[in-house]
Design a protein around this ligand. Structure first.
Ligand code: ZN
Length: 388
């Protein structure tokens, strides 16, 4: 069994590489170089990438809703309704329906790296994935989650203001002042929510000390590349399983690369997917019970969760623990109706926090857990081959 040079891999995968950046281009080039050197066959899937997705959504959210608040204060009536509608649609259509209303600036081409192993007469298909781009948000996980969780509240407030503002002009006199005061009061929580989330999304790339992307999600990519080498060396028989190891781009900007992959192809065999996030930390393994995007969450596949938890137990002695929710590339598989589980690890001290900061660096990755990660995936492939 030829050994995998994880130190070299983690050097490639421990530097800032936001979508569309020079760091990202260098990482893609270095990963291709690594694969070519080892004669591991791969192909590149090009896709349309909107690299400034978060900045655009953040700025739109901030500007449109601040203008909405001002229009309410100044009693612009129906103009407020129009601003509320535009404020909600811009960003919402981009995020939930993939229509680039406000996120089109800077449109470019992204790349997914696909390492495909075709079995003779395949009877089933498995995709194991991770993303190689790194995070750019301003706030840490937990603060960000507060604002994301309250997004529906923000939308409800904007709708109420869009209704109340013109209403003030048509009400009987005694009702005008209380309705106006109520609408002005409602602008305060709205401004708090949109400024919080808007600054988080739009200022992250200006951080002087960004995430190195070692834990999120360099380690998972290193595990997939190590696995690729072992499979190519014939150490893990696939026996009727068509296997794709996918390194996706654009995950941190609304899962663009994985979506291009899952929705841009046909799924002709019984298929399943395992997505990896924040692997190789020193704490326990977790599988997330829910995955999705900022506005909607779905349950991950129970059977796959059980299978990956068992694979973890066979290798480490302890099963993976349920956790959640998460927003990850797992959602793109859900959208293509491919059953998916998302596996990761926690840091003993920081848990799942500190990932948007310089504290996501190489020292947080346990190199022995990269080897262990490959063993877990090999075990999972074995059980998928026989049980699923
Ligand atoms: Zn991630």
């Amino acid at each position: 069994m030829s050994s995998v040079d994880y130190t070299k891999l983690m050097q490639i995968l421990s530097r800032p590489r936001p979508s569309g950046s020079a760091g990202e281009r260098k990482t893609i080039g270095d990963l291709q170089g690594w694969l070519t050197e080892r004669r591991l066959p791969f192909r590149i899937q090009a896709f349309t990438l909107y690299p400034y997705f978060l900045i655009c959504v953040g700025l739109w959210m901030l500007c449109a809703h601040t203008l909405l608040a001002v229009s309410v204060w100044l009693r612009w009536g129906w103009v407020s309704s129009l601003i509320a509608v535009l404020g909600i649609l811009g960003g919402l259509l981009d995020t939930a329906f993939d229509i680039p209303i406000v996120t089109w600036p800077g449109k470019t081409t992204g790349q997914n790296i696909l390492i495909e192993f075709e079995a003779p007469n395949p009877r089933r298909e498995l995709v194991i994935s991770a993303h190689y781009d790194s995070k750019t948000e301003l706030f840490d996980h937990r603060i960000r989650y507060f604002f994301v969780r309250n997004l529906p509240v923000g939308i409800a407030l904007a709708i109420m203001l869009g209704i109340l503002s013109p209403l003030v002009n048509y009400l009987p006199v005694p009702w005008i002042a209380p309705t106006y005061i109520l609408s002005v009061a409602l602008t305060i929580p709205l401004l708090f929510l949109v400024w919080g989330l808007g600054l988080n999304l739009s200022l992250g790339r200006l951080r002087r000390n960004p995430s190195q992307g070692a834990v999120d999600n360099g380690a998972a990519c290193a595990i997939l590349l190590g696995l690729a080498q072992h499979i190519a060396d014939g150490n893990i028989p696939l026996e009727g399983t068509r296997l794709t190891l996918a390194l996706f781009g654009g995950e941190e900007v609304n899962m663009q690369g994985s979506r291009a992959y899952t929705l841009g192809r046909k799924w002709t065999l019984p298929s399943a997917a395992l997505n990896l996030e924040i692997m190789a930390q020193d704490g326990e393994y977790v599988f997330w019970e829910q995955d999705g995007m900022s506005l909607k969450l779905f349950r991950t596949d129970l059977r796959l969760n059980l299978a990956i938890s068992e694979a973890v137990e066979k290798v480490t002695g302890n099963p993976a623990r349920p956790a959640g929710p998460i927003n990850s590339d797992g959602y793109s598989f859900m959208r293509a109706r491919v059953p998916v589980a998302t596996l990761g690890t926690y840091d003993c001290e920081l848990r799942e926090s500190g990932l948007h900061l310089p504290s996501d660096n190489l020292s947080r990755v346990k190199m022995t857990k990269l080897v262990e990660g490959v063993e877990i995936l090999a075990q999972f492939i074995r059980s998928y081959r026989s049980d699923l």
